[in-house]
Ligand binder design. Structure first.
Ligand code: FPP
Length: 227
């Protein structure tokens, strides 16, 4: 059992390794993405049970638009289908759903479906599930800087897409890679990192618990020294 005060408020996950998981099974990469949806379900449930308030998932980067057209369109369809299928469960569990990123690049149909679910779940008070879609850290800082200048303001934070959401306490990356990959460049200033070799489609509640255990053992100093 982890002490409640040691549970991170915001957990973020770089879901990596879907392609390799599929290839290991002699299947196409998209098969791994479909399997990854089950992991999304498991960690959402796990976070709600453990008392995590915000779960953000890096689902698609600005750079991912450069993948083969068939993989991109399958991923977008998967997003659409999963949202429709999970809507009732989100409502039943009081989950607030948000999608953050460069939404202008999404198809109008997907963008509208997302807005509808965001609106319908806006008053829910349980876990906030945030899908980072068409997102990259540099893009976020650039768009925030532009809007800040237009507004004649001096604080960047209210203009980031994550405005109002606490910075991630813990960032987990699966599949053995140890990079930030243009993810939360601003928001990760004081995040703790946990890297695991587990490929995303194999990631389950036990893996989440292990990462939270590791987080609970860390000492955070925010650039200061121990008293
Ligand atoms: C990284 O694996 C994973 C992605 C680019 C997509 C993540 C998407 C999902 C899990 C499915 C849908 C999500 C939601 C929120 C319903 P990779 O393809 O980079 O794997 P590789 O490094 O092994 O090639």
């Amino acid at each position: 059992m982890i002490k409640p005060e040691k549970i991170p408020v915001h957990v973020s996950i770089i879901m990596d390794g879907n392609g390799r998981w599929a290839q290991e099974r002699g299947k196409e990469r998209v098969y791994g993405h479909a399997a990854g949806v089950e992991s999304v379900r498991a960690v959402t449930e796990g976070c709600a049970e453990l008392g995590v308030k915000y779960l953000s998932l890096f689902a698609f980067s600005e750079e991912n638009w450069g993948r083969p057209e068939q993989e991109v369109s399958t991923l977008m369809k998967l997003m659409f289908k999963s949202m429709e299928e999970e809507f009732d469960t989100l409502m039943k569990n009081g989950v607030r759903f948000r999608v953050l990123g460069n939404r202008a690049r999404l198809s109008p149909e997907l963008d509208e479906a997302i807005s509808n679910i965001e609106r319908a779940t806006a008053a829910n008070t349980g876990l906030t599930l945030i899908i980072m879609l068409s997102y990259s850290g540099k893009w976020d800082i650039q768009q925030a800087a532009l809007r800040m200048a237009e507004a004649g303001a001096h604080d960047l934070e209210p203009f980031l897409v994550t405005a109002g959401i606490p910075d991630p306490d813990l960032i987990i990356r699966t599949s053995g890679e140890k990079r930030i990959s243009n993810y939360f460049l601003w928001q990760a200033a004081y995040s703790e990192f946990v890297f695991t070799d587990t490929l995303w489609p194999d990631f389950r509640k036990e893996n989440l618990s292990a990462a939270l255990q590791e987080f609970a053992s860390r000492k955070r100093r925010y650039g200061k020294i121990d008293k």
